[in-house]
Write a protein that binds this ligand. Structure first.
Ligand SMILES: Nc1nc2c([nH]c(=O)n2[C@@H]2O[C@H](COP(=O)(O)OP(=O)(O)OP(=O)(O)O)[C@@H](O)[C@H]2O)c(=O)[nH]1
Ligand SMILES: [Mg+2]
Length: 138
């Protein structure tokens, strides 16, 4: 059987479920990237030698210019897109310092859990969106 090396590569990602006053922060992906224009939970790819927590802290500072408290693991979702397989490590967290700004995203919004279905999220996020609605307001 032929095994394609690229087909086996899994992209490891850390993403933040940042909550405040009953709402979650969501970000819209910029044009020209994978899943451009979709809404997502901010975060990104883990770099070599980095822990998921360090990755999350770095990405949330780069994308939103915020520092967070201690992130709490929530769920890990593996999803196969036609072009790549991602493993998304979701963490709940709150902002400890800074005010969220759309530094590396097109737009940000604070939304209630029941409002999440109005936004177009990547297919991988469906399970998380459902779980957050079940959980109620954070
Ligand atoms: N951050 C984030 N990525 C997600 C979510 N759902 C989902 O399928 N992804 C996918 O996971 C990957 C995350 O990579 P990213 O594009 O955020 O990575 P990054 O911030 O390091 O960007 P870069 O590669 O431009 O430096 C993308 O392929 C993205 O489409 C989500 O809720 N949040
Ligand atoms: Mg990102």
């Amino acid at each position: 059987m032929e095994v394609r090396a690229d087909a086996m590569k899994v992209v490891e990602v850390a993403a933040g479920l940042i909550h405040h006053a009953g709402r979650y922060l969501i970000a819209r992906r910029k044009p020209g990237v994978h899943l451009a224009g979709y809404w997502e939970f901010p975060g990104g790819k883990r770099e070599a030698g980095e822990s998921f927590e360090d990755c999350l802290r770095r990405e949330l500072f780069e994308e939103l210019s915020v520092r967070i408290d201690v992130p709490v693991p929530y769920r890990i979702i593996r999803h196969e897109y036609p072009e790549k397989t991602v493993k998304l490590h979701f963490y709940r967290c709150a902002i400890e310092a800074g005010q969220a700004a759309p530094i590396e995203c097109a737009e940000i919004r604070w939304v209630l859990p029941e409002e999440l279905p109005r936004y177009k999220f990547p297919p991988a996020d469906r399970i998380i969106i459902e779980a957050l609605q079940q959980d109620g307001r954070p």
